[in-house]
Write a protein that binds this ligand. Sequence first.
Ligand SMILES: *Cc1c(COP(=O)(O)O)cnc(C)c1O
Length: 377
Amino acid sequence: MIPVMKPWLGPEEAEAAAEAVASGWVAQGPRVAEFERAFARVIDCHEAIAVSSCTTALHLALVLAGVRAGDEVIVPSLSFIATANAARYVGATPVFADVDLRTQNLTAASIEGSLSPATRAVILVHQAGVPADVDAVRELASAREIAVIEDAACAIGSTYHGRMVAADATLATFSFHPRKLVTTGEGGMLTCSTAEHAQRARRLREHGMSMSAADRHLSDAPVIERYLETGYNYRMTDIQAAVGLVQLGRLDELVARRRSLAARYTEAMSDLEVVVASDPPYGTTNFQSYWMLLPPDAPIGRDELLAALHCDGISARRGIMAAHLEPAYTAEPAPRLPVTERLTKDSLILPLYHDLTHRDQDRVIASIRRHLGADRD
Ligand SMILES: *Cc1c(COP(=O)(O)O)cnc(C)c1O
């Protein structure tokens, strides 16, 4: 069976984790601090704060942006459910806006119709690694004092106007779940543009403490910490950070391999009536996922195609989910999201990972072409 995705982990990651364990310091400590510095250098952003997941990073980003109960947060429905859930964590209402068919991302135009006097923030997702056009959204938002939070869960190593995605974001979040390019098992990163946000985020992830447990431990004199506000336990462990440091060093190689395999898919499908993941004019994607949208008159439905691929020993997946169609959100008045509904119904994600061989990829290509009626048996 060809899997849809496989993390790229080797003996170096195992050794780094073992070293952290042997050091006796396994909770958030020096390796987390080093991982944060390395991450900020790679992204070229002001500060990076390691947390337990991208979901918890999104929660902190909304708290830092001052989003509260009664506020509205514009989000794409076409995203992993955590994007919409985060708005609810602070008591706000997620308002779903539609996405662009080629990038699967919100645009300034798609957001405009969802603005209201209660809009306090937009969570702009760089879906499947394809960068969203941040500048246009920022322009729309800044005129109305709306915060723009970038959900870059999938977009480590993608670029926007020649810089890493989220390099100059006010607030952005990344994921290190094994489904993403760089993994720490579970884990996330919040990046921000000011020292004030970074300081408060570090406090909030650690119970609102005035001084981190690691710093207290290192101090020569006894320190009694204070709890300055209601915080959370959103810390990353030093074991995870040790793995993350090794993985981060592989980022260029990971992205280069994904892009070269993606180019092979695109070339092989170029005569088919499908829309596939691609670079927008203003940036490049890391091809965290290679997705394909079937035409409305395809000879085979998406779900049938997934089943047929499965029979051929290929594990593909449905495309990105739509939160507004899930029971957790169906009680809200149904929004009009035609592009989102088409994408979630007719798109699929093909196997793509670092170790995917050309031979296995050719099997995937042949199977898809055959089921779409492009080639005879
Ligand atoms: C994966 C993902 C998340 C959640 O990341 P976790 O680290 O698993 O919490 C959030 N948003 C998007 C767009 C994602 O793809």
